[in-house]
Design a protein around this ligand. Structure first.
Ligand code: HEC
Ligand code: HEC
Ligand code: HEC
Length: 244
């Protein structure tokens, strides 16, 4: 069965408003069990090493993962394509390729948690996960928020980025909000100043699509860096959810 068919199955089942989850056919399930069995066999031989490679994610479970790998492999400073198939003027506005340059793998950001993996595994086997159709007619998972990534690890969104292992100051101490404010103080509407209360980092910083200047939702004079998009432009990029 092709990827389109699989996804189309999700779409049509998803359209039936009453169906809470999307079931896959038995034939499909048998195929998946085969894959899982193959994975178990490989497990003896350095499975975890393979698991941590970016290519693993789209080779196994994550069928619709190609768009993510593409963003990860993009070159900062050059134009790229986002996970939805939209053009990004400068890949450096996406977190994934910027961190790939530093040798950060998918699982260093998406730190595997047993609870999440079990839920994802069951979701994959039963086909009960939601997808959106991209501008180039692929299907990708619905967008997650940074808080979804950090919830299972029990850390605050902010600690995802601001910790001594990731964003540290020259003296090795973890960066603070004040350090960030200092770094972007040259910008009109300093994005790190909490002028109107807390704004989640992820409202602006996007991993697999162009980052967004959230403040431009209301302030038309907010600085928009190369490759970044305004709030309005960001809204226009989002594909319509097909699973509603
Ligand atoms: C720099 C950290 C980072 C790296 C590296 C990274 N991601 Fe992500 N990823 C995120 C964040 C943050 C989100 C939440 C949505 C967003 O900000 O775009 C996310 C979201 C996702 C999602 C959820 C669906 C969605 O669109 O939100 C998938 C699937 C995903 N990433 C796959 C991958 C794969 C596969 C790789 C490696 C090829 C990877 N990610 C590398 C940070 C990262
Ligand atoms: C309102 C939008 C917005 C929000 C919210 C936001 N940022 Fe930023 N951030 C930016 C912009 C714009 C830049 C400048 C990017 C550049 O120079 O390429 C930036 C730069 C950064 C940098 C790079 C600093 C440097 O020069 O070394 C880090 C690290 C960072 N942000 C972390 C965070 C964290 C952590 C949060 C949440 C606590 C956050 N940001 C919230 C917009 C935002
Ligand atoms: C929902 C709309 C909205 C968003 C989003 C928004 N602002 Fe504002 N902001 C306003 C309004 C309205 C005012 C003027 C009223 C007031 O003084 O409180 C204002 C005032 C300000 C001021 C005081 C100076 C002035 O121009 O009056 C600053 C600084 C500011 N905003 C920065 C930001 C930054 C930084 C962001 C992004 C993190 C942001 N704003 C996001 C609506 C918004």
């Amino acid at each position: 069965m092709t990827e389109e068919n699989k996804a189309a199955e999700n779409v049509s089942a998803g359209e039936a408003a009453s169906a809470p989850s999307v079931k896959r056919s038995k034939r499909k399930l048998a195929g998946i069990i085969g894959v899982v069995a193959a994975v178990v066999v490989v497990a003896g031989a350095g499975f975890m090493v393979w698991h941590d490679q970016p290519s693993f994610c789209n080779a196994i479970c994550h069928t619709p993962m190609d768009g993510y790998l593409t963003t990860y492999e993009a070159t900062p400073g050059e134009s790229a394509t986002d996970k939805w198939g939209n053009e990004v003027a400068d890949a450096s506005s996406m977190l994934a390729p910027v961190h790939a340059q530093e040798g950060i793998t998918c699982v260093q950001c998406h730190v595997p948690q047993m609870s999440e993996q079990v839920t994802e595994g069951i979701g994959w086997l039963t086909g009960s996960y939601e997808v959106v159709q991209t501008t180039d007619e692929r299907f990708v998972p619905e967008e997650k928020a940074l808080s979804d990534l950090t919830a299972a690890r029990g850390i605050a969104s902010e600690a995802f980025c601001l910790n001594s292992g990731c964003h540290a100051n020259d003296d090795g101490s973890a960066m603070t909000r004040d350090d960030l404010i200092e770094k972007t103080s040259y910008m009109k509407r300093n994005p790190h100043v909490e002028e109107h209360g807390e704004v989640d980092c992820n409202e602006c910083h996007k991993a697999h699509r162009a980052s967004t200047v959230y403040c431009s939702k209301c302030h038309s004079d907010a600085t928009i860096l190369d490759g970044w998009v305004s709030y309005k432009e960001a809204e226009a990029l989002e594909p319509a959810a097909v699973s509603e």
